[in-house]
Design a binder for this molecule. Structure first.
Ligand SMILES: *Cc1c(COP(=O)(O)O)cnc(C)c1O
Length: 370
């Protein structure tokens, strides 16, 4: 689905040089690359505080710990996302409340959000799924009315821009009280192992989170709160420092591939190509289409048989997963997600796709869906 070796080959001399200097000094943890990358990302996102951590799942958990959410607090998130989002809510003994998504953008449905709010609701976690922002203006408005925290799961959309109706622009992940991301190798900004980060403009929250990521320590060996051990190491920070200046060009390359797919599939009655909302740019972490009135699973297999990687993100609704079922859920409230798990299919999308590859992929898809 991605070509990480091809991408590495373009930046090999810089990466190898950076790695060599870290290996020569053995400054594996907390080296200058970590602070350097943190400052670079703060500048790129135009946000006051970036706190690096070990991965995107930790980032979500730590954000929720930092906000002081407590057992029994309800946290609303979407039924159609990677499980990490709901996992950390459950792990912290908060109460996950899963809601449906919009059929055209795959992002949080605002009417479902309004319906799900109760006196126990404390936070909303929109996921900017597949690379475009959820309807943040509406989500922030609902949050304001009900005094709720908004935690943006930005693992899939780093680099996307959001435009508010007054013309103000913000980077994805910087609109809620806190945003989180993942630097897993296949993400749009990926390192060569695990990594993640938390973003906020709130000084007090940033201070609290900096303690939490480091065993609850603000002063060495004095533990003020229960924390975790979650850090980005120097080697990963070095890769990210080299790749961050390239992020916008990476997103352009993904958009170019997505446009190729969109053009090739336009007019095919079995394919619904992904649409981008007016208020956001799309950075195409995934190119996810819907296959209708045709055998999606047979297409999936046909493409694999023809050496075309493709995947089903996501094959099971979270509210139907053994770990996350709850008697309160009614199937009727998940009409869209229940359908999407049967129709979605994601094609390869990355920074190294060549036209001949795109041509082979689209031809193979179209031959099957004639
Ligand atoms: C990848 C991902 C995460 C988790 O990131 P890790 O770094 O793998 O822990 C969380 N949420 C979403 C939506 C993701 O895609």
């Amino acid at each position: 689905m991605v070509d990480l070796i091809g991408q590495y080959n373009h930046i090999k001399p810089q990466v190898n040089k950076a790695f060599e200097s870290i290996l020569d000094t053995a400054y594996y943890i907390g080296g200058p690359e970590v602070k350097g990358f943190q400052a670079d990302l703060e500048k790129y996102l135009d946000i006051k505080h970036v706190i690096p951590c070990a991965n995107g799942t930790d980032a979500l958990q730590i954000a929720m710990m930092g906000l002081g959410l407590e057992q029994g607090d309800e946290v609303i998130t979407v039924d159609f996302t990677f499980a990490a989002t709901v996992e950390v809510i459950a792990l912290l003994k908060l109460t996950p409340v899963l809601i449906d998504v919009e059929v055209d953008t795959y992002n949080m449905d605002i009417e479902a959000l309004k319906k799900a709010i109760t006196p126990k609701t404390k936070a909303i976690v929109p996921v900017h799924l597949f690379g475009q922002c959820a309807n943040m203006e509406a989500i922030l408005e609902v949050a304001k009315q009900h005094d709720l925290f908004v935690i943006e799961d930005n693992a899939q959309a780093i680099g996307a821009d959001y435009t508010f109706s007054d013309g103000t622009k913000k980077k994805s992940g910087t609109m809620g009280v806190v945003g989180t991301t993942s630097f897993f190798p296949s993400k749009n900004l990926g390192c060569y192992g695990d990594g993640g980060a938390i973003f906020t403009n709130d000084d007090k929250l940033a201070h609290d989170i900096r303690g939490i990521v480091n065993h609850g320590m603000y002063e060495r060996y004095y533990h003020d709160v229960v924390g975790v051990n979650s850090r980005l190491d120097s080697l990963q920070a070095a890769v990210l420092q080299i790749k961050l200046p390239l992020l916008d060009s990476f997103c352009d390359a993904r958009r170019k591939a997505a446009n190729y797919y969109n053009d090739a599939f336009a007019g095919n009655k079995h394919i619904i190509t992904p649409i981008t909302s007016d208020f956001t740019t799309h950075v195409f972490h995934q190119y996810t289409m819907q296959i209708i009135n045709a055998d999606r699973d047979a297409l999936h297999k046909h493409l694999l048989d023809n050496n075309i990687p493709n995947a089903i993100y996501y094959p099971v609704q979270l509210h139907s997963q053994k770990a996350y079922t709850d008697d309160r859920y009614k199937e009727d409230d998940f009409k869209v997600t229940n359908e999407l798990v049967k129709t979605v299919l994601s094609l390869p999308i990355h920074t190294e796709l060549e036209d001949d590859q795109l041509e082979y992929i689209t031809k193979t898809v179209l031959n099957f869906l004639k």
